[in-house]
Design a protein around this ligand. Structure first.
Ligand SMILES: [Zn+2]
Length: 309
């Protein structure tokens, strides 16, 4: 955050100096705009850095820090089908995935929420940082709004998502800020999908998985896309991709999902996986769910391993 302010001030100083020294025509508003946009959206992490970190970890250096975030929680549990709540499904995939990652000592994997609730350290962070999280989001939204108004950033309309309530929104931004402060390198968000207007009659029209990645203009976009590619390769070898329009791309860039870094709020590479539509057949029975959850975790782990190796 500090660096953005420093750059803004430096850019402003240049502008004033250029103007004062009669060189105004050589240093227009456009240049300032591009300078600010360039830094706001400079890569926060690269594919090369992630792979280098892994090689270093295998040699006994610092581990690669991965955060697993099972989407939603008991207060706001996402979608639901036949009494099965999305938050619970997400949590179970998260636990299975964390167990997979534990097999590779090159990773330090943190599961943000398990059957006992949120990680206590994160709960404390949320309680103590509400004001700073709010301030950070307001500041980043302001920069983005200015860049949009200046035409330096393009507003893109992705797949329609439900609007989250304010406490949910703040918690999502708090996850990003906590992940930034704790220097996580990869954040995996786990979800199950649904669509608006679902009824018993029309519900089988959409099925399959999708991987959401940050909009290409964000700082963590390129590295996230690289992770999504190997994940997609593994997932699509086992599961069918979504047939919902736009989502049928398989890897879906999104500008407005907070989880993966809306308003450029997340430094780590990040993907949000919608494993299936919550009403899909394998998820309808306890035995089917158990097996499907293991397969989601196993395939995701292999996809991430394939990226690092
Ligand atoms: Zn969800």
């Amino acid at each position: 955050m500090k660096i953005i302010w420093i750059v803004l001030i430096v850019a402003l100083c240049f502008f004033v100096l250029a103007w004062a020294s009669d060189n105004f025509q050589y240093f227009s508003f456009d240049d300032v705009r591009h300078a600010v946009a360039g830094v706001f959206f400079a890569d926060s992490i690269t594919e090369g850095e992630l792979k280098e970190a892994y090689v270093n970890a295998v040699r006994g250096g610092e581990k690669v820090k991965i955060l697993i975030v099972p989407g939603h929680d008991d207060a706001s549990w996402g979608t639901e089908y036949n009494g099965i709540r999305e938050a619970d499904l997400n949590m179970r995939v998260g636990e299975a995935l964390a167990a997979q990652f534990a097999k590779n000592p090159a990773h330090e994997t943190i599961l943000l929420r398990d059957r006992n609730g949120y990680l206590p350290a994160f709960e404390t962070y949320v309680a103590e940082h509400e004001a700073t999280v709010r301030a950070e989001v307001v500041a980043k939204k302001k920069i983005m709004k200015d860049l949009l108004a200046a035409g330096s950033v393009e507003r893109l309309q992705g797949v329609q998502h439900n609007k989250a309530a304010l406490p949910v929104v703040l918690r999502l931004y708090a996850i990003n800020q906590w992940a930034n402060e704790n220097k996580f390198q990869l954040v995996l968000h786990i979800h199950f999908n649904d669509f608006g207007g679902r009824t018993a009659r029309n519900m089988n029209q959409y099925s399959g998985f999708a991987i959401y990645v940050p909009d290409g203009q964000y700082s963590n976009a390129k590295a996230s896309y690289a992770v999504a590619e190997t994940l997609f390769a593994e997932l699509s070898s086992v599961f069918k991709k979504s047939n919902l329009p736009k989502e049928d791309a398989g890897i879906v860039p999104d500008q407005s999902l907070i989880a993966i870094g809306a308003y450029n709020t997340l430094d780590a590479a990040s993907v949000l996986i919608e494993y299936a539509y919550i009403y899909e057949a394998p998820l309808r029975t306890p035995a089917g769910r158990k097996e499907a959850i293991e397969r989601y975790a196993d395939t995701t782990f292999r996809g991430v391993e394939r990226f690092f190796k």
